[in-house]
Design a protein around this ligand. Structure first.
Ligand SMILES: [Fe+2]
Ligand SMILES: [Fe+2]
Length: 239
């Protein structure tokens, strides 16, 4: 066991959470298995997933309800969050933006809806097809543009597909690519991808990734953004 793990183990023990290191080991082991399966996705798998989820899975649903249902799931590969719900994660991404003075409502909307595609796990989809970071499958020309690349399939593509008719184009793009390694994929980007990465994806990534902790309760209730959510999505959408 490394020094950090030993340190965390001692801290947890002080709070009587003596089993936590064992739970962490089990969580990490399962996360690694899921990531390994995600890495094995093929072009045929992506085509099958796209076809399987082409039609609405949950019927017509209020976006407000979609976001609330994130309280029922956690990301089994996210060791930064542990078993913290995706609703708490979503709230803390939006809250961190607000605390930093982000006033672009489109970015706040992106924060609130970006992981709703993970609800596919409630519909029985395997976690390796819903979570994890996405790499390109195959080889592409430099500057080809992200939209010409087939990436591994997860909640990004599902969320993009469901929200593309309901949000501005750059926010739909942001939903679609929020799980790629944007520095690594820079050579595949065209001029628009590079512009939107600098303006939207890079800042979004900061808030999505850097405010995670199993010990960070929700800083707000979702009702803080109720007006914004109903203003943007007043009616149920096919999801
Ligand atoms: Fe995500
Ligand atoms: Fe997220």
């Amino acid at each position: 066991m490394g020094a950090f793990r030993r340190f965390i183990g001692q801290r947890l023990k002080r709070h009587g959470i003596v089993r936590a290191p064992r739970h962490l080991d089990a969580f990490e082991a399962e996360a690694n298995r899921i990531v390994a399966r995600h890495q094995r996705q093929t072009l045929a798998d992506v085509a099958a997933l796209r076809a399987r989820h082409a039609e609405p899975i949950f019927g017509d649903v209020l976006v407000w309800d979609l976001i609330n249902r994130l309280g029922e799931i956690h990301d089994p590969t996210d060791t930064g969050l542990g078993s913290t719900s995706q609703l708490v994660h979503t709230i803390n991404v939006a809250a961190a933006m607000e605390r930093d003075g982000v006033t672009d409502e489109d970015m706040l909307v992106a924060a609130l809806i970006h992981d709703t595609g993970k609800l596919l796990m409630l519909a029985g989809e395997a976690p390796e097809n819903v979570v994890c970071m996405n790499d390109p499958i195959g080889v592409y020309e430099d500057g080809a543009g992200l939209d010409t690349v087939t990436f591994q399939w997860n909640h990004d593509e599902f969320g993009y597909d469901r929200f593309r008719d309901h949000v501005p184009e750059h926010i739909a793009w942001l939903l679609r690519y929020h799980s790629i390694h944007f520095r690594r994929e820079a050579r595949l980007m065209n001029a628009r991808d590079r512009e939107w990465t600098a303006k939207y994806l890079k800042p979004f990534h900061h808030y999505d990734q850097n405010f995670k902790s199993p010990f960070r309760p929700a800083e707000q209730t979702l009702s803080h953004w109720r007006d914004l959510i109903f203003d943007r999505f007043p009616r149920p959408i096919p999801f």
